[in-house]
Ligand binder design. Structure first.
Ligand SMILES: [Zn+2]
Length: 254
């Protein structure tokens, strides 16, 4: 048994329809106390809400993901307001991504800034997606004097950037990426940060860990991911689980 929270899992999507009930049952039986399910686009918010209503373990966040910028409309940003009910734990997943070029960067920035403002109005934390954009995201958070914290999920920045996020009240999310022996930079960041600013995640079905290479990732893999990361940190898996769970509870007010 490990006291875990998967702070980032796309368990709402259709490819989990056949396995969701079994996965949620196995995760709960193993000690997982919550799975945070972030939204990616307005078209999926109804399903996300319905799926989270079916399982007490699943906690929803709503947001417009930067990788689907072409699908997002200004009306969707406005509609976000009406999806924020008291059990919604964050605004996300939102952010900036220039991994494949930055043609639509100005539009990404517009959508991101508007959603940060929405979260600020509702006193909600953020679930952030950042690829090659950590400094630009920090700039927006500082400009808006955003003080409700959150998580930078699947962290891929530098140690210095992680520390800047920590200073603004943001934890850093680690998962399958850090299970690979070649992830030396990521592992050294994990070893350096305080666990008060570290949370665990799978990003399932994406980012398969080293022991499930080539397969779809699942939230159940978080148990073994935790064992591997605890080994990296030379600590007991139960201690890593308990500490990062406390961090997630503080960040998301659980
Ligand atoms: Zn995601």
């Amino acid at each position: 048994m490990l006291d875990l929270i998967d702070t980032h899992c796309h368990l709402d999507i259709a490819e989990f329809d056949a396995t969701r009930a079994d996965l949620v049952g196995r995760c709960a039986a193993g000690g997982m106390r919550a799975i945070l399910v972030p939204g990616v686009g307005e078209a999926g918010w109804t399903r996300l809400r319905q799926v989270c209503d079916q399982y007490a373990l699943l906690l929803p966040a709503f947001g417009l993901h930067p990788c689907y910028t072409a699908e997002h409309r200004d009306e969707h940003v406005a509609a976000l307001e009406s999806w924020i009910t008291p059990d919604v734990i964050a605004v996300g997943e939102i952010g900036l991504d220039t991994f494949h070029g930055d043609q639509d960067f100005e539009r990404q920035l517009e959508l991101f800034s508007a959603q940060v403002a929405t979260a600020r109005n509702h006193h909600l934390p953020l679930i952030l997606h950042a690829r090659k954009t950590h400094d630009q995201i920090l700039k927006v958070l500082r400009q808006q004097k955003f003080s409700y914290g959150g998580v930078v999920h699947a962290f891929s920045g530098s140690l210095q950037q992680a520390q800047h996020f920590n200073e603004l009240g943001f934890a850093v999310g680690f998962g399958g990426g850090a299970t690979y022996d070649r992830a030396q930079k990521l592992r050294s960041i994990l070893k350096t940060l305080s666990l008060d600013y570290v949370v665990l995640e799978t990003d399932a079905p994406d980012i398969p860990p080293s022991f499930a290479r080539g397969e779809d990732n699942t939230p159940f893999n978080l148990f073994r991911i935790t064992e591997i990361l605890a080994d990296v940190l030379q600590m007991a898996p139960a201690d890593l689980a308990a500490h990062t769970t406390r961090t997630a509870q503080r960040i998301f007010g659980l």
